[in-house]
Design a protein around this ligand. Structure first.
Ligand code: AMP
Ligand code: TRP
Length: 328
């Protein structure tokens, strides 16, 4: 039996994804399809925990789904669907919420960061419980995510232990899979904070669908430091280190090798090379994205949801039995 993998991504804003998502998470999503049984989800219910516009949201869901297909998620090999189309996620989330401590939820960094913007709605506080339900619903072993999700995975593991000891062995302990290089891609405008779609300055991130000239402009304006040499040193040169990691990802070359090549080339030449590597890597993704048809994407995801619902229902029968929600 192949081990199972689950991961989810939120359709936030206009639903376009950035290279932080690709490098920190999606590349593993794609690679794991070769060796694991993979389940990938556009977690639209999660995205509703911050203020949003329903019409924009509708298109954002499609854009995120398209982005996943464009980076290489293959619906013939992996299950791909919208979270909202599989109601068992919400059902399991409710069950898990009854064994979750509010204090632990209130200590979540993401909650503390987002509550100022989003207001303290219950969904935002309960967000990590729904995430745990996503993972446990499919009884998966591995969860490929960026390192900003560590705390949420810890909660999931706590809930597994609590559930299993209270109701009997049901869920395996899931493990986080995070790349060594690029687990945290930093903002191009402030290399001490992570690249984020919610940053008001679009020059701080590169979208998978950004046109080549836009990419070149953003990389050229990336904040670095006042020295002249290229070196890999997160303490002293976070901007350059970030660009080095990106270039390593997009060229497949090692950081050492890149440092050797560009150490004395000057920042302008180095940035040009980084930009070209990113342009080259993103061009096939952008082209595939543009060629995909909305209706076709909707059909593919509906088919995924149909399969996912059947599997989720099988799992829930056993969960309901354990917690006393069954006739026998
Ligand atoms: P989000 O866009 O926050 O829903 O994140 C989707 C996935 O991308 C998650 O697995 C995150 O851990 C990952 N991710 C988001 N931002 C970054 C970043 N700046 N660097 C690395 N991974 C990221
Ligand atoms: N919280 C994750 C993020 O912000 C998204 C997510 C929701 C997720 N459910 C998940 C990731 C389940 C992995 C597994 O990126």
């Amino acid at each position: 039996m192949r081990k199972r993998v689950f991961s989810g991504i939120q359709p936030t804003g206009n639903g376009h994804l950035h290279i932080g998502n690709l490098v920190g998470a999606l590349r593993n999503w794609v690679a794991m399809q070769d060796d694991y049984e993979c389940i990938y989800c556009v977690v639209d219910l999660h995205a509703m925990t911050v203020p949003y516009d329903p019409d924009t949201f509708r298109q954002a869901r499609i854009n995120t789904a398209k982005s996943l297909l464009a980076v290489g998620i293959d619906p013939a090999r992996s299950l791909l669907y919208y979270q909202s189309q599989v109601p068992q996620h919400a059902e399991l989330s409710w069950i898990l919420s009854t064994i979750t401590s509010i204090g632990q939820l209130e200590r979540m960094t993401q909650y503390k960061e987002k509550q100022d913007k989003a207001g303290q709605n219950l969904g935002l506080l309960a967000y990590p419980v729904l995430m745990a339900a996503d993972i446990l619903l499919h009884k998966v072993h591995y969860v490929p995510v960026g390192d900003d999700q560590t705390q949420h995975l810890e909660l999931t593991r706590d809930l597994v232990e609590r559930f299993n000891s209270r109701f009997g062995e049901e869920f395996p302990l899931p493990e986080r899979i995070t790349p060594e290089i690029g687990a945290r891609v930093m903002s191009l405008q402030d290399p001490t904070s992570k690249m984020s779609k919610s940053d008001p300055n679009p020059a701080s991130y590169i979208l998978l669908v950004d046109e080549p000239d836009v990419i070149r402009r953003k990389v050229r304006s990336a904040v670095t430091d006042s020295e002249r040499y290229v070196a890999y040193d997160w303490e002293k040169k976070p901007g350059i280190s970030n660009l080095l990691e990106l270039m390593a990802f997009f060229t497949g070359r090692s950081i050492d090798d890149l440092v050797e090549t560009y150490h004395d080339s000057g920042y302008a030449a180095f940035k040009d090379a980084v930009a070209e590597a990113i342009v080259e890597g993103l061009t096939p993704i952008r082209q595939t994205f543009k060629a995909l048809d909305d209706d076709e994407v909707a059909r593919v995801l509906q088919k995924g949801a149909l399969d996912a619902r059947q599997r989720a229902e099988q799992e829930m029968i056993s969960v309901r039995k354990k917690v006393g929600l069954s006739a026998s």
